[in-house]
Design a protein around this ligand. Structure first.
Ligand code: GCO
Length: 255
């Protein structure tokens, strides 16, 4: 049974993984045996995270590039080609949040959130899937959605639109890539204790709302997403495609 979840011999790219959920998922996949490649926009933070994982005995490397920049992404994959690195698993985790009412939102702010939280998953997965299809070895795409893939909250319009798009992009990937033995799925985290959510955790009213809105009556922890990420990255999910699994304490399951 453990072989089903074993990622030994697999290489996983996790975007936006120098901290937060991305770093937790990278460490989780590394714990399951994967060689992990970290990513972020700042070389020094990526290097620090790589060093921390390798200090724990994992096999981690890193590459700093902007996942919204198609040329930078193509260049990163070309460098992996040159180094003989075949990426078997992509976790599209990179994301930002920008909280402002739609009527006050600048188009540039909208675009930046859409580009980072949605378009980047297309840009990175296109490069990865082309190679997975050419190799004939199949692969795994795991997109990070959100509760807002399913329901909206006021003042996070572009984030909600992007995360809704992630759910449907995941299905589009399945429609085109499942025949090549690529399983594309998504994880929808609930409210997780991350730096991005720090202002919300520290807001007593918001904190109470989160705890009263999910039957588990608490925030989730980044490491509580690891099991689902390993499942969707492993042979255990070889016939799972186009799905989004909510890891939300039961939030979306109850009124
Ligand atoms: C917000 C939060 C949410 C959470 C998460 C919920 O401002 O409401 O940032 O977007 O991060 O996406 O699933």
């Amino acid at each position: 049974m453990t072989q089903l979840f074993d990622l030994s011999g697999r290489t996983a790219l996790v975007t936006g993984s120098a901290r937060g959920i991305g770093l937790a998922l990278a460490e989780g996949l590394a714990s399951a045996g994967a060689r992990v490649i970290l990513n972020g926009t700042r070389a020094e933070t990526v290097a620090g995270a790589v060093e921390a994982l390798n200090a724990k005995g994992f096999d981690a490397s890193g590459r700093a590039f902007d996942v919204t920049d198609e040329n930078a992404v193509a260049d990163a994959f070309a460098k992996w080609d040159e180094a003989g690195v075949a990426i078997d698993i992509v976790i599209n985790n990179a994301g930002i949040q920008f909280r402002k009412p739609l009527v006050e939102l600048e188009l540039s702010d909208w675009q930046r959130v859409i580009d980072t939280n949605l378009t980047s998953a297309f840009i990175v997965s296109k490069q990865a899937a082309k190679r997975m299809i050419a190799r004939g070895t199949g692969g795994k795409i795991v997109n990070i959605g959100s509760l807002t893939s399913e329901a909206a909250r006021a003042t996070v319009g572009p984030y909600t639109a992007a995360k809704g798009g992630i759910k449907m992009l995941t299905r589009a990937m399945s429609a085109e890539w499942a025949a090549s033995n690529i399983q594309a799925n998504a994880i929808g985290p609930g409210y997780i204790l991350t730096d991005m959510n720090k202002p919300l955790v520290e807001n007593a009213t918001f904190d109470a709302w989160v705890k009263s809105s999910n039957p588990s009556q608490r925030w989730g922890k980044p490491e509580e997403l690891v099991g689902t990420a390993v499942f969707l990255s492993s042979a255990a999910s070889s016939y799972v495609n186009g799905q989004i699994i909510y890891v939300d304490g039961g939030w979306l399951a109850v009124l």
